[in-house]
Design a protein around this ligand. Structure first.
Ligand code: AMP
Ligand code: GLY
Length: 448
């Protein structure tokens, strides 16, 4: 089998690596891939700009051209932007089965207003909220409501669209930044203003196979993976500015089976009902960003893709063939393949700790082009490259989040020690990483 993976981050390196491990997979085409996938067995990077046959094409058109030219068996889409821009619709329309929601379902990440309306309509447990397109009305609402309060830009904002405001002043400034000063462009023209939730955050990644036909047969489903946790703040103890993710762990020993059962009942099941009732063709992944509050789990957001860096912690725990999972999600014959496959989804007994190394200065300005040196890790460690490119035979930094070191251990302590001892073997100029990924006190709590 030949599979296309779209994206260029650490998540896509992990997806490509995991697919390449399958005995059924002959080649993984990474579009455009990165300095990690280029060195991965069975993987080949293709940048459409370098292809004669894709000249003059951009974005999803260029990807579709590569997919057709390479005659791939199916595609797996990593990031949200191409999904929201309809890449799954486009690839299916040229006969390429695709793991990734079509655009109607992908709007659950593309518009926070739409996502909140969906949560309300289908009774998904979440914070109360109001949406605004009028600045004066938004300001009036905040003054009446008081702080703390959470301001969210409606559109895609690459992680910069949420302000958890401890005071009314901070909330009003966020409204001005987004609505009046257009700091996020169109993404900030509409706002969701949401009640502040206190608790501890978790990420639940899941496989989804929902179509009208499957729903008619009673076979649409969402199958959750083991719960994971991202650590978004820059510094130890969940302090400092927000980032794209400083490390992840899975599974979570502080999350009980009862909590997960409540998550299933209050969040996952109503979500499935909603996807079915809306008649979406949603065959891909979904990510539930969840706050564990005193009165139960509440949904913070949907993402229509796998999490980054959670994927780098969750995929190494899979004790099943990832290519089989993708085929079951696609379920070309619409027989209920994902539901059937779910009993095969066994997880390794143990933990993965995956700290992320970032470029000095990140999440603000940082240097690029610094040479990365790595040692070959042991059997239980794997380095996933995110912001790294191969240049003149050398691996050099090309982004803020440079790589994750994922380590497996039969206990969390073992995974933690293995990860940090492997991290000590990585170096590049300006390298920085948190030293507490997965420790008590390291978790995000939406703290002000
Ligand atoms: P989101 O993109 O909606 O997940 O928001 C980004 C981050 O903001 C989350 O990971 C939380 O840490 C925080 N956050 C979002 N919504 C809330 C809320 N209602 N209460 C407290 N913190 C929140
Ligand atoms: N780790 C959070 C995300 O992928 O959105």
């Amino acid at each position: 089998m030949k599979i296309l993976v779209v994206g260029s981050g650490g998540r896509e390196h992990a997806i490509s690596w995991r697919l390449a491990k399958s005995g059924q997979v002959d080649e993984v085409i990474c579009v455009p891939g990165n300095g990690g996938t280029i060195n991965e067995a069975k993987c080949r990077n293709i940048n459409p700009e370098d292809c004669d046959y894709a000249q003059g094409l951009a974005g999803n058109d260029a990807v579709a051209q590569v997919a057709s030219f390479e005659q791939v068996d199916f595609a797996v889409i990593g990031p949200e932007d191409p999904l929201c821009a309809g890449i799954a619709d486009q690839l299916w329309s040229v006969g390429i089965p695709t793991v990734g929601a079509k655009s109607a379902g992908a709007a659950l990440e593309g518009s926070k207003d739409l996502a909140k309306a969906f949560m309300k309509k289908y009774g998904v447990a979440a914070a109360a909220s109001e949406s605004f397109t009028n600045q004066a009305l938004a300001e009036e609402y905040i003054k009446k409501h008081g702080a703390p309060i959470v301001i969210k830009a409606d559109g895609l904002a690459a992680g910069k669209g949420v302000v958890v405001a401890p005071t009314v002043e901070v909330a009003l400034k966020a409204v001005k930044d987004f609505m009046q000063d257009g700091k996020l462009g169109e993404a900030g023209a509409k706002l969701v203003i949401e009640d502040y939730l206190q608790g501890v955050e978790i990420s639940v990644l899941a496989a989804v196979s929902v179509t009208k036909e499957l729903t008619q047969k009673g076979k649409s489903c969402i199958i959750p993976f083991v719960p994971a946790r991202d650590h978004k703040r820059l510094n130890d103890g969940a302090k400092g500015p927000n980032t794209g993710g400083m490390g992840a762990v899975a599974p979570l020993s502080d999350v009980s089976d009862e909590t997960m059962a409540q998550f299933n009942k209050d969040i996952l099941e109503p979500t499935l009902k909603g996807l079915e009732a809306e008649g979406f063709d949603y065959r891909g992944f979904i990510f539930f960003g969840v706050m564990l509050c005193k009165d139960g789990p509440k949904l913070l957001e949907y993402n229509v893709r796998l999490g980054d860096p959670e994927t780098q912690a969750v995929l190494p725990l899979m004790d099943f063939d990832f290519a089989d999972l993708c085929k079951a999600i696609i379920d070309e014959k619409q027989t209920g393949a994902l539901k059937d496959f779910s009993s095969n989804m066994k997880w390794k007994k143990g933990f993965v700790c995956a700290p992320v190394a970032v470029s000095g200065g990140y999440p603000n300005a940082y240097a690029k082009g610094k040479e990365i040196t790595l040692k070959k890790g042991g059997e239980n460690t794997k380095v996933f490259i995110a912001g790294g490119q191969q240049k003149n035979g050398k691996l050099v930094t090309s982004g803020g989040r440079v790589l994750a070191v994922s380590a497996f251990g039969s206990t969390f302590d073992e995974a933690f020690k293995t990860a940090y001892s492997a991290m000590a073997d990585v170096s590049f100029d300006g390298m920085f990483y948190r030293k507490d990924i997965g420790l008590p006190g390291a978790a995000e709590s939406g703290e002000l």
